[in-house]
Ligand binder design. Structure first.
Ligand SMILES: Cc1cc2nc3c(=O)[nH]c(=O)nc-3n(C[C@H](O)[C@H](O)[C@H](O)COP(=O)(O)OP(=O)(O)OC[C@H]3O[C@@H](n4cnc5c(N)ncnc54)[C@H](O)[C@@H]3O)c2cc1C
Length: 405
């Protein structure tokens, strides 16, 4: 193998982009990928559509122990630069709601296939089924040990991603390789992940999906609030609002905080409006059971839970007084759910933490400790909000490394 080769470890989002940009500059590039196929997380992303970036990119949508690093990396690499890159490989983009951007094809497979075609047509050698197990540095090059023999390179890019979603190639390998070379690691937690609860009622509500508001309390103190889909599941709760809260929950549960959600199941009504509605709709003279009356307002599967939390007896509405209505309203707008865990890295889209970015130069993504060692993407201590922010960071890292390595 050519000693001047740039070897990229990982054919995921950032590795593929870096390979294309470096090859366009005439560099000799090889990618070593542990899996049989490239870009498996891209394929699984955005429910098969790939939420590729976001029009509203801002450092405030990212998290790290070193926020300055994120600002520096994103500087000069706004949405338009990423769009231009994808247009250059034949992939027009389209914006949907909330600034989210997808490939016009609305197919994640088109992202992978066009990246792969571009890389291969530029001469990038992509070697799959090859897991890098060790890296040694000599005075003149890097020596890589893999499951398929040894490789040598003058420059290497660690684009191994994070430990999230091991079923799609997520691994600890990159962290281990980097720490062995002297880099520091910030503790990782699952993020954009479903939440578990041991409350028995939650199982009975499994399958119910509503638009609501989830408010997170840790040790009784308000932390944050998110609006969106709430999906009850046999193990706890999921849905977009929950994924958005999960970063906080994950790190707080790791500190043994008591985490509880307060769920507003009818956020479009104030308490007063809901009280008025129930009072006007539930007629005291009727013999219709209360459970039936409530089916006009709430998903049937939630009614038993609401009534038992409100301590309202399931009888005819004739027994309902103003106090009982107030209790019902309070419960519908403040249903408490204690949280026991997250679905872990297996359920997570991303991992928080990673390689300490104070040891990496943001403009080049080169290690400050070891010349010619580069990093890109989620291996670093940077994670973004849901909505295309994680891919955007990965693409930008790839563009930066490809431009210099
Ligand atoms: C289900 C799911 C859906 C997602 N949806 C979105 C979305 O819609 N929008 C968004 O912005 N983000 C989304 N993400 C997050 C996004 O996929 C990641 O942030 C992004 O892929 C990170 O890119 P990367 O290049 O750092 O790593 P990856 O894309 O994970 O690539 C890393 C590659 O390195 C390989 N590798 C690891 N170790 C080794 C080794 N030792 N030797 C060789 N190869 C190795 C892996 O097999 C993998 O192919 C989603 C994630 C998941 C899991």
């Amino acid at each position: 193998m050519n000693n001047e080769t740039l070897i990229i470890i990982g054919a995921g989002a950032s590795g593929l982009v870096a390979s294309i940009v470096a090859s366009r500059r005439g560099k000799s590039v090889t990618i070593l990928e542990q899996q049989t196929k490239v870009g498996r997380k891209i394929l699984a992303s955005g429910n098969g559509k790939c939420n590729i970036t976001n029009r509203t990119i801002s450092p405030t949508r990212y998290h790290s122990h070193n926020p300055t690093f994120i600002s520096e990396v994103l500087k000069e690499y706004p949405y338009a630069i990423v769009e231009k890159f994808f247009t250059s490989i034949g992939l027009p983009l389209v914006e949907t709601q909330e600034g989210k951007v997808f490939p016009l094809s609305m197919q994640a497979s088109s992202v992978v296939e066009l990246l792969l075609y571009e890389a291969q047509s530029l001469g990038v050698e992509i070697i799959c089924d090859t897991k890098v197990t060790d890296i040694c540095q000599t005075s003149r090059h890097f020596q890589l040990e893999t499951t398929q023999g040894d490789y040598r390179a003058s420059k290497i890019l660690l684009a191994t991603g994070s430990v999230a979603a091991p079923q799609l190639g997520g691994s600890n390998d990159g962290y281990a390789l980097a720490t062995k070379l002297g880099h520091s690691l910030i503790k990782r937690h699952p993020s954009l992940v479903q939440l578990c609860s041991q409350e028995p009622w939650v199982k009975q509500c499994a399958g119910v999906k509503i638009t609501g508001v989830a408010t997170l309390y840790a040790n009784g103190v308000y932390i944050t609030q998110k609006q969106g889909d709430l999906l009850f599941t046999p193990y706890g709760i999921s849905g977009l609002a929950i994924l958005d809260l999960s970063r906080e929950v994950s790190s707080r549960l790791a500190q043994y905080d008591y985490c509880e959600l307060s769920l507003d199941l009818m956020p479009t009504y104030t308490k007063e409006q809901l009280t008025t509605l129930l009072l006007s709709q539930i007629h005291p003279t009727s013999h219709k059971p209360l459970t039936l009356w409530l089916q006009g307002f709430l998903n049937k599967k939630l009614i038993h839970t609401i009534l038992s939390h409100a301590k309202t007896k399931v009888t005819t509405e004739g027994e309902l007084n103003r106090k009982a209505i107030n209790q019902l309203v309070h419960t519908i707008k403040n249903l408490k759910l204690s949280l026991s865990d997250t679905k872990g890295f297996r359920g997570a889209e991303v991992a928080t933490g990673g390689i300490d970015t104070t040891e990496v130069t943001p403009q080049t993504m080169e290690s400050k400790l070891i010349p010619n060692l580069f990093f890109s993407g989620e291996i670093l201590d940077v994670d973004g909000d849901r909505g295309g922010f994680n891919f955007h960071f990965a693409w930008v890292c790839g563009l930066r490394v490809g431009g210099v390595a």
